[in-house]
Design a binder for this molecule. Structure first.
Ligand code: SF4
Length: 89
């Protein structure tokens, strides 16, 4: 017997646009095969709107492969160290 609402979501994209990880109890998401892409304009928009990129994004990366330059509003990822965990993207 399952609880009242049970969700199983499958995301074929490593960016998990359907938010299977966040919105289901049994998420499946494809592992990334390519390098993570960054939209620098959107990162800057988030930073300008008050998101603490260092605390709420960079510091949560399990491999510490992200670097944030707050002065330049520039986020970089060392692709060789990224394990494509999709934790934050
Ligand atoms: S996918 Fe995971 S390891 Fe790679 S940059 Fe994002 S949080 Fe870090």
């Amino acid at each position: 017997m399952f609880p009242y609402k049970s969700k199983i979501k499958i995301a074929g994209c490593p960016n998990d646009c359907v938010a299977s990880v966040a919105r289901s109890i049994f998420p499946l998401s494809a592992p990334g095969v390519n390098n993570i892409r960054i939209n620098p304009d959107e990162v800057a928009n988030y930073a300008n709107s008050g998101l603490d990129i260092q605390a709420e994004v960079v510091n949560l990366c399990p491999t510490n492969c992200m670097k944030w330059d707050p002065a330049a509003k520039n986020l970089t990822i060392d692709d060789a160290e990224c394990n494509r965990c999709i934790a934050l993207h």
